[in-house]
Write a protein that binds this ligand. Structure first.
Ligand SMILES: C[S@@+](CC[C@H](N)C(=O)[O-])C[C@H]1O[C@@H](n2cnc3c(N)ncnc32)[C@H](O)[C@@H]1O
Length: 374
């Protein structure tokens, strides 16, 4: 099952209209939101021991401009720190990790431009040397030697599970999450439990594997999608994107466009946990001290180049937001439903997105975590 998901899951590659590179402004906002924490943590880490070389891993880097952004932020933090201390900056060894199906070629092609930009830094004497390597493989497996990494970063990736949870088909072979692709308010409790169990298993494994790879005192900054139905700062129930895709697929079943059995046997390998669910896993796993664990909100059209009022109407806005999700989930949907339904599905999805935005429900909850390896 793990191998199967690794083979189908990838963000759309290249730099065309449907690519992740062109449609990742929402995820960029999450990286920017974590920037002050990443930079402050990097400063603290460096000033603690003044290492000659810092080994930094970005887990689930994808491709496109976001793949380099955390590295730029790190370089900026180290450059400023060393400049103010009047000391020689450390070497930065960066490891960009993602699944083997990720479009690493687009990253490699952008590397010369990255190094050129680095050389153009205004203070040549202070130039920070940075070496970038790619590490293809699942972050639910070992990726580095023991006590090797100083810093682990991951943005918007850990809500992806290692597999579709077990237990979504009953002992009699009947699908339990019928008509849905994710645990929703209409799903039976066993579905919620199956998803939570899988998240706990996967996140525990991620923490344990990284604790073997990090040095003592090594730092980790993570962001991931959070559960908004349990977010008490909002009175109204707010659906997540996957519920809206599920409801669009359900409508297509009712119209005979999609086979019912196809929908009933599909479940998304993704889980957005609550803050408490994340805290429980970290505390139970036991390898880290928690420095910070919070949620933050981003509107669905965060990072969009069009201002609030510049789009023609609510459906144009819904479509723009919906199209940004397409490069993220397309590979998984196509592997189960085929290509033919995609345009229709995303049209229906975009109408639901537009309605939610109009009702003021177009907000994502995200979890941000800062940990120190004990
Ligand atoms: C939404 S993208 C986020 C990419 C980037 N960090 C950003 O913020 O724009 C999630 C990435 O996580 C990767 N991913 C999911 N599961 C993974 C796993 N088990 N191991 C490594 N990467 C994984 C996906 O392939 C995808 O590129």
């Amino acid at each position: 099952m793990l191998m199967e998901l690794e083979q189908v899951l990838h963000m759309n590659g290249g730099d065309g209209d449907n690519s992740y590179a062109k449609n990742s402004s929402q995820q960029k906002e999450a990286i920017l939101k974590a920037k002050p924490l990443l930079q402050q943590t990097m400063r603290e880490f460096y000033c603690n021991s003044f290492p000659d070389c810092i080994r930094f891993a970005d887990m689930g880097c994808s491709s496109g401009p976001n793949a380099f952004l955390p590295t730029w932020e790190t370089i900026e933090a180290l450059h400023k720190t060393c400049h103010s201390l009047n000391c020689k900056p450390p070497l930065l060894h960066v490891f960009l990790n993602d699944l083997p199906g990720n479009d690493f070629n687009t990253i490699f092609k952008a590397l010369p431009g990255f190094y050129d930009r680095l050389k153009k830094g205004d203070d040549q004497n202070d130039l920070l040397s940075c070496f970038i390597a790619a590490v293809p493989g699942s972050f639910y497996g070992r990726l580095f030697p023991p006590h090797f990494l100083h810093f682990v970063f991951s943005s918007y990736s850990l809500h992806w599970l290692s597999q579709v949870p077990e237990g979504l088909i009953s002992e009699k072979g009947v699908p339990v999450n019928r008509g849905n692709i994710y645990p929703t308010i209409t799903s039976p409790p066993s579905v919620h439990k199956a998803y939570l169990d899988q998240f706990e298993k996967d996140f525990t494994k991620f923490l344990t594997l990284r604790s073997e790879e990090l040095i003592t005192g090594g730092r980790m900054i993570l962001t991931l999608r959070g559960n908004q139905s349990k977010d008490e700062s909002f009175n109204n129930y707010r659906p997540i994107f996957l519920e809206l895709i599920g409801s669009a697929l359900h409508e297509m079943v009712l119209e005979g466009v999609v086979e019912e059995s196809k929908l009933d046997t599909f479940n998304m390998p993704m889980y957005a946990p609550s803050l408490e669910e994340v805290r429980n896993v970290i505390q139970r796993e036991g390898s880290y001290n928690i420095n910070l664990l919070e949620t933050f909100q981003l509107s669905w059209d965060a990072g969009s180049s069009n201002g609030e009022n510049s789009l023609e109407g609510k459906y144009a806005r819904g479509k723009q937001v919906a199209m940004k999700l397409r490069p993220v989930v397309e590979s998984i949907l196509v592997s189960h439903f085929g290509n033919a339904i995609l345009d229709d599905l995303f049209q229906r999805f975009s109408i639901r997105v537009a309605d939610c935005i109009e009702k003021g429900l177009g907000v994502h909850t995200n979890v941000i975590i800062s940990l120190t390896k004990k």
